[in-house]
Design a protein around this ligand. Structure first.
Ligand SMILES: [Zn+2]
Length: 248
């Protein structure tokens, strides 16, 4: 993770900037590629903005066409706990309790908790419902998509897909250029643009095929993506360039 401190001094306009960029981590959660019916994310007592969380979960399920079958716990944490967990102040939220497979083998994420949780930075409380909705949908997309992340799945895919799901209900676009954006925010915007182009040429079905194929012999890594797409009839001119996108 990058670390860009001084959150306490961030003005509201700064919060708005990263709200559109979603959060880092993306370390999988909940019923990856699962099917079957779950009730979505329930709103137990103590969950912040229960209606917004519920709406976000339903929007994610509609965008992806599948149900969230494992319910994450959504928690608004204070700044001391946020910092104590090792998260940087420019992150609006993180999803923990996920299983990540790296080159060195499987591990739990930094929080080490088997329980899938969406942790929200206290400043999320100061966002508008629309801005907060982007953050919630981004994290809940990880809960739907990423129970276990294979080493072959690049960062740009994981985060770009979460951003695509997060933005889909409103059609909003993140700011990808201009002064004041961090490199991380540009990474998110570039990743989303790549996923969105794949959606334009192949629809949601193609996104789901690619997502399911990472780490399999059909798509052993990012370099295999052009061939994977060519086998599905896509021409080179249709394919997004993935050069320069963040791998991990
Ligand atoms: Zn993410």
């Amino acid at each position: 993770m990058t670390c860009e401190p001084h959150f306490r001094r961030l003005a509201r306009r700064d919060l708005l900037r990263w709200a559109g960029a979603g959060a880092l981590v993306g370390l999988g959660a909940c019923a990856r590629r699962g099917s079957g019916g779950g009730p979505g994310v329930a709103a137990p007592p103590g969950v912040p903005w229960p209606v917004e969380v519920q709406d976000a979960a339903l929007a994610v399920e509609r965008a992806w066409g599948r149900r969230i079958t494992e319910q994450p716990e959504v928690v608004l944490v204070d700044e001391a706990r946020w910092a104590g967990a090792g998260y940087s102040d420019d992150q609006p939220a993180v999803t923990t309790g996920l299983r990540v497979v790296t080159a060195r083998g499987a591990r739990e994420d930094a929080a080490g908790s088997p329980r899938v949780r969406v942790l929200l930075h206290p400043a999320v409380d100061r966002l508008s419902p629309e801005e907060r909705g982007l953050v919630l949908r981004h994290e809940l997309a990880h809960c739907l998509l990423d129970r276990e992340i294979p080493a072959a799945e690049p960062w740009w895919w994981r985060e770009g897909l979460a951003e695509w799901v997060a933005h889909r209900p409103t059609g909003s676009q993140p700011r990808g250029e201009g002064e004041g954006l961090t490199e991380r925010q540009r990474d998110y915007a570039r990743s989303l643009a790549t996923v969105a182009q794949l959606h334009r040429v192949g629809g949601r079905e193609l996104l789901q095929q690619v997502d399911a194929a990472w780490g399999t012999p059909q798509l052993p890594g990012p370099t295999g993506l052009p061939r994977f797409l060519a086998r599905r009839g896509l021409e080179p001119g249709d394919l997004p360039s993935t050069s320069g996108l963040r791998a991990d």
